[in-house]
Ligand binder design. Sequence first.
Ligand SMILES: [Mg+2]
Length: 366
Amino acid sequence: MPLITAMNTVLVDVPLGQRTITDSQSSVDSVEFVQVSIETDAGVTGHGFNWNYSKGLKAAKVMIDECYAPAIMGRPALDRHALMHAMHSTTHFIGRVGVARVGLCAMNLALWDIQLKLEGQPLWRHLGPCKDRVKAYNTDGGWLTWSTDELVADMQRILDRGFDAVKMKLGRPDPREDYERVKAVRKAIGDKPKLMVDVNTVWDLKTAMVWGRRLEEFDIAWLEEPMHPFDVQAHGDLAQALDLPIAVGETVYTLHAFRDYVDCKGADILQADVTKLSGIEEWLDVAALGRAHGLTVIPHTNVQHNVHAQLAAATPNTPMIECCYESLFDIWENPIRVVDGFYTLPEVPGVGGKLTAAVLTKHRVA
Ligand SMILES: [Mg+2]
């Protein structure tokens, strides 16, 4: 049984390499990553990561260095459930969600990476695939501050590349502008492509009721994060009032919180993100929860596509995942690709969460 012998963490801030992107919550020029490396006496090193848009990920690095690393040093690297419990206990009183969980997920991915490298197989083969490629839908265009002409041109450019499902951002100060922009996009792309809309949590219930109903005329595949994610009951009320499917998950941090959404029928699509949950086991738990209730799980995916494509390949109720920030695909060792609207899957053993040496050197901030 390999034992954990050493750990290190690196914080990088990677420029996006494309025009500043905007939604109703964020304006993004760069993405922070914390890279965790866990060494073992078997000569295998596991790598995990997490990310953030604005400054603040250094707090997760401190938690990893000062809480999680001491809790598991010298222990068997494959005792993952026991190690997760030990790490979780160290931050019991300072956060079961947010920064504490961000660091915990990075550790979980690194521990999985050790096991998969010892087995000599990628994650999706370990889990048992039901697909050999994973459909992608595209969010890498049409950001909130684009003009309507730019937005429409972007959507058309994406469809011309082979995608048949696209998502656009809503949440401008006047919802009537959102409505007009969706109308323009639907008119431009025609009836066939799937079109999703994402509010990034800024509407209240009244606004969501009124404008969600108005948007139904455009055959919207889902309305994403319409309201504050902690107000689960409001999502239940909204879902009951609208025919439009509701999607949540990129700011839902626990299996229990997803359970609450399911219980009040507040979500039709669970967008579970492994980097917001505590790692792969909890993601699989959410996927199973969804399957038991006839719900699809379509994970929020910006920079963690390497992991999510593998999870999706082994999850029957995950019909597709998101594609975003393609300018960052090459920051990973052994990057996967999107070809004709589908993610390829890696054959390299592991989780697929190791940043290249060049990125770690060039963009290191701590
Ligand atoms: Mg979103």
